[in-house]
Each structure stands twice: as structure tokens, then as C-alpha cells.
Design a protein around this ligand. Sequence first.
Ligand code: ADP
Length: 370
Amino acid sequence: NNRQRSNVPKMLGMSRRGVRGNFVPPVRSNGGGAGYATTPRGAAEGLEESTRRCLELLVGPDGELPDKLKNVEPKLIEHISNEIMDQDPNVRWDDIAGLEHAKKCVTEMVIWPLLRPDIFQGCRSPGKGLLLFGPPGTGKTMIGKAIAGEAKATFFSISASSLTSKWIGEGEKLVRALFGVASCRQPAVIFIDEIDSLLSQRKSDGEHESSRRLKTQFLIEMEGCGSGIDQLLLIGATNRPQELDEAARRRLSKRLYIPLPSADARAWIVRNLLKKDGLFTLSEEDISKICAGTEGYSGSDMSNLVKEASMGPLRELLLQGTDINKLRKEEMRPVMLKDFQDALLHVKPSVSQSELGNYEDWNRQFGSHS
Ligand code: ADP
């Protein structure tokens, strides 16, 4: 609401500029402390303490919010800071199985430019945005998080479908706030999952006014992203690249196919997950058999398979009458090949062969191959 917005700097007791740009001293707060940093509680009437704290982190040395955030509702800034911003995404390249080609491209295209914007100018200037496309559960989100981790960037992550559904009518404002906060937190990575639902080429006639405005606002923000020496990268992820229109493709100038994991990558996921739990006793032969039985499984299918297989030893003991309350962890045998064979009966691949063909076609037509 307008009243809240226009009063923010005053309520915060921040220093302000008058209409002609002349300095206006900060409003004296009720405790007598002038200036934003020392404004006691209650001076920012109408703003909750939590909101004030989020704004405090974004004000510049002059005590003012950056221009991009001046007309943004404080509540939206708080939402972005608390729900969408992730200071420590905690995923590294080494956590991601396979995808060597994607990792190499991303390092060159994205991580180096984020680390050294001064070198990546002119002919070397990176694309504005990156699209990761492919079947669900193949590590697209993990790559987004790893980029932020490797480039020491702040990570913002939002699903586009939540913008269109949960934020009906407000999505446009949230998008503006998101790009505004991200530009104050550089280097930053903005990860938009299901980006197709925001930039889909369908609709037109039946398109709601609000979703059209949201799309327009988003395209405008994307246009500004990555220009100049900004260290701001937009990553879109989608399982439905066919839905993206020409304008979206143009702005997401690098488009990387994230395919299903190879046999080696599947083996790596099994080993890695079991080793993390200290449960790894499978032989190489067992692993080969598991890989042979999991052709077409995604990374997330593999992770579900390992979870299901790990239940085998526990279920066995309980079936034999062991009381769960008295069970000692050391009594449990390690996970074996037969647990995987049982689990394979329940955990099926989530991507069909025909869907795979569609991704490969789109990759041939629009994917980046270098
Ligand atoms: P997407 O974004 O492609 O739908 P995610 O990155 O969210 O998929 O992956 C979902 C889960 O599946 C991850 O948390 C991880 O457990 C597992 N997974 C998927 N791909 C990989 C991979 N390449 N390496 C390791 N784990 C993976």
C-alpha cells in the first residue's frame, strides 16, 4: 500500500534527500537517537521488528535503501530475504554425479564471469541467462545451488508456479522486489524453477491481465540482468522446454541439456548415499547389476531406490519379531544386492522413453553444444 511505501524511509528514521536533492536530516526518533542505525524500536511505526531487520541489511552507507528498492513494499523485501534467499545452499560440484559436460560449460560460462566480471567483458561477456532443461530429478536444482556455492554468490530460489498461483496479482511486485534485493546482494544467482509456467508461449487470448503483466515485468528484469558489470545471473530450469517462446529463448542465451544419469553416474549415486550412512559393503559386481537394472532411472529415482533398499535390513528384523523400541542399530545387517532387487519392484523410472525423445529433439534444435 502506498502509505506504507512512501513512509518507509521516514519511519525508519533514515537520512533522506529533499525534493531538490538537498540533505534532510533524519527524523528524530522518540528515543532521541538520530539516524537509522541507532533508531530505537518503535520508531519504525507500522513496521515489525523482523521487517526492519531485513531492511537494515540492505541500506547503504548513506542510510538509504538503494534506488531499486525504494518503492518496494517492505513486507515483500522481508519475504524475499527470509523465504527465497538462501545464504548457504550447501551443494558442491562433488555432490553431483556425472554431468561432466554441463559442469564444464557452467564453470566457463557462469562461475568464472561471476568471480571475475572485469575479465569477462566485451567479446568475453557472458550470456544474460542460463537455461537448464531436461527430465525431472536430474540435478538441475543441484547445479543452480552448486553454482552459487562455487561462485560464492547469494542464492535466490523460487518456483515460477508459486509466482503465478500463490502470488496472484502480486507476482509482478514480487519479481521486482526479487531482482532489486538480488542486485543489492551481488554476486547473486536467481534460480527460477519451472520457468516455463512464467514464460510459456501458450495463452494469449485467454491470458489473464495479471499474468501478462507478470511475464512482461519478468522479461524487463531479465533484460537488465547481466548488463554492465552486474554480477547477477539468472538461471531458469524446466522439464518442458517446448513451452518456451522465442522471447524467452533469446533471453536465456545458454541452454544446457541435463540428461538422465549414465550407468557410471547411477553407480556413483548408490555408492555415495550408502557411504554417507556408513552402510557400503556392495561389491563391484553388485553395483554393476544394480546399474543394469536401472537403465532410464533419474538421479532422484536412484535416490528413492537407495532409500527403499535401505529399509530392507530394518524390515527384515521387524518381521522376525524384533521390537522397534529395543532394536540396536548395530544389529542391522548392511544393505545388500537383494534389498535393491526388492526395491526395484517398487521404485520405477519416472521418465518415459517418448519424453526423452522430445528433450533430445529440443536439444538438437535449441541447445548450446559448446
Ligand atoms: P531437478 O531440479 O532436475 O528436478 P534436483 O536437482 O532437485 O532435480 O534433484 C532431486 C534429487 O535427486 C536431489 O536432491 C538428489 O538427491 C537427486 N539427484 C538428482 N540428480 C542427481 C545427480 N546428478 N547427482 C546426485 N544426485 C542427484
